[in-house]
Design a protein around this ligand. Sequence first.
Ligand code: EPU
Length: 336
Amino acid sequence: MIEHNVSLKPYNTFGLNAEAKLLVRINSVAALQEILADDKLMEEERFILGGGSNILLTRDVDGLIIKNEISGIEVVHETDSHVLLRSGAGVVWHELVMHCIGKNHAGIENLSLIPGNVGAAPMQNIGAYGVELKDVFHSLEAVEMSTGNVHSFSNSDCQFGYRESVFKRKLKGQFIISSVTLKLSKQPNINTSYGAIEAELERLGVSEPSIQDVSKAVINIRQSKLPDPKKLGNSGSFFKNPVIPTSQYEQLKRKHPDIPGYSAGEETKLAAGWLIEQCGWKGKIVGNTGSHAQQALVLVNYGNATGVEIFNLSAQIMQSVYDTFGVQLEREVNVY
Ligand code: EPU
């Protein structure tokens, strides 16, 4: 069923008001193929919506929104040590994490509480607290929009990088991810390399953590820093952490001795939150928007912000970080 003139406010975690001319919910590959075969509908501009957690809507959508609601979680292969678990793209990511923790399938507990749906996870190779999706990713299936054909993509086919994949680059706008298969471990492979997790586990009095404990620690850390989109509209980190040549980092460090940087050979990843905070934006309220008081990297909607307002704030922040540090920030969020 095609819905007309649909408010997108409930479907984007910024809580922005924008309207879609047409919206269709699909809950199977067959239903999606049927839509793609409708020549009249395909004349419309198409826009794929998952959990709406990484999108800044600056205008109405004068076209067709395809809302991916393909559900289902199933084990498709099992050995003594691993399971291959396939999830529909419309499953809420955190529900998948909780499902795995319940079954003692290890590997994604560090990725607890990341907003959004499973189908969006490979798009930008979601990551947090020392783990990225690519570490547990096995394969995915995606429907080619121009033909309706189903294609399978392996880990290397996806060309994962830091918040990057082939679906954001070369194949942008060409495929709709229908399911994702993860390779998870039956023996917990605890990863507490991220300092804050160790500290939180200690605070909880846990010395030999289970995957449940790691998940709990991650949830506590996230809740202490990141605003809950149900209470305060936001889309997590608004910017990527910039990666610059290590030589440039060394120069910056001479001028700013405290600047955090994670060097890997010739490249160093900076902390965008730190750069933004140094420029005085942290906790600053500008009209209906601002940079969050606990995490400068997160821009929030205080209730009545427009997408344009948030976009303009992000441009101002980018300019001031550039003027102060000579570093160009890049938006992580997709701007429409
Ligand atoms: N920092 C500041 N001020 C701030 C925020 C951070 O100085 O306002 C400094 C911290 O002190 C620390 C460094 O920046 O030295 C890193 O901070 P944090 O550990 O909070 O992580 P992040 O780099 O800001 C990234 C991801 C998050 C992910 C966390 C934890 C990106 C763009 N963001 O944030 O992912 O949860 O690491 O792994 O890579 C997201 O992508 O939406 C997201 C929330």
